[in-house]
Design a protein around this ligand. Structure first.
Ligand code: SF4
Length: 264
């Protein structure tokens, strides 16, 4: 039986992500990593009013839970695109999570705002779902966040490594400049800055944390994500990571070195 790697802890390890850890020490390791990211990069100040962009999945629920625990007074913002068999389930999980933790939840839908759901739009036009969905989603997140000073998102290290590679592969240097721990190149009153507290956490670490904390969420995926460019890039990077451990971390580390130059 593998033992927890923390100092003299004699407990059996329940997880082996960065190192083998027992449940308590993995939770401590993960929380101090996220708290350290927030502190070191000045993501949140005492004056901030935080809204968390929530999908009801493991990443954004983890951010919502931690920011509510550490800062209190956070609001959850969810977008209902209208994706049958997916969004109705994640919203159900999010509603019960928010109600158990007394967190206010604001839900904006494509149907109410634009007059059509994503499902209805896709029956009329032939387009890659994520292409229109991403644009509408960003618009609604930004308008739903007015009055707040920061939008916290659940983007993890895997997501960011994918976004970096996607932008490089598509030749979108300008878009790559908008990545990083705080997004947005130009400061604009109408644009609420986005912060990514899970920036240095691997997806499997977040999944392990959400599982060990028993968030009662169903781990499901949007049916359209399989045919997206992101899915192809994700599989490619995962394969490289298998062959060369540390690939994802290296993408992030090197990107952060060139980001100030890209922003300029
Ligand atoms: Fe929308 Fe694509 Fe995300 Fe599904 S995977 S919610 S279609 S952006």
């Amino acid at each position: 039986m593998v033992k927890c790697s923390h100092n003299k802890c004699g407990e059996s390890a329940v997880i082996n992500v960065a190192k083998p850890y027992c449940k308590d020490h993995f939770i401590k390791y993960f929380e101090s990593k996220v708290a350290g990211t927030i502190k070191k990069h000045g993501l949140i100040s005492k004056k901030d009013r935080i809204i968390v962009a929530c999908s009801g999945g493991k990443d954004s629920t983890t951010v919502l839970y931690l920011l509510n625990k550490w800062f209190g007074n956070v609001t959850a913002l969810a977008i209902d695109e209208g994706i049958p068999g997916y969004r109705n389930i994640t919203l159900e999980d999010l509603r019960s999570f928010c109600s158990r933790n007394s967190i206010p939840l604001k839900v904006l839908s494509y149907k109410e705002t634009f007059g059509f759901s994503l499902h209805e739009a896709l029956r009329k036009v032939t387009v890659l779902p994520c292409n229109i969905c991403g644009t509408l989603r960003r618009y609604l997140l930004n308008s739903g966040a007015r009055g707040f000073t920061k939008i916290a998102t659940g983007h993890n290290l895997d997501d960011e490594a994918q976004s970096i590679m996607m932008n490089f592969m598509k030749g979108n240097l300008e878009l790559a400049a908008r990545l990083g721990l705080v997004t947005g190149v130009v400061k604009d009153e109408k644009f609420v800055p986005r912060i990514k507290p899970l920036y240095f956490c691997l997806e499997k670490e977040v999944a392990a944390y959400a599982f060990l904390q028993n968030f009662s969420i169903r781990f499901n995926e949007c049916p359209h994500s399989r045919i997206s460019f992101r899915a192809a890039v994700r599989d490619f990077i995962n394969e490289l990571e298998q062959q060369q451990a540390g690939t994802k971390q290296n993408i992030i580390n090197n990107f952060l070195k060139i980001l100030p130059l890209l922003k300029r």
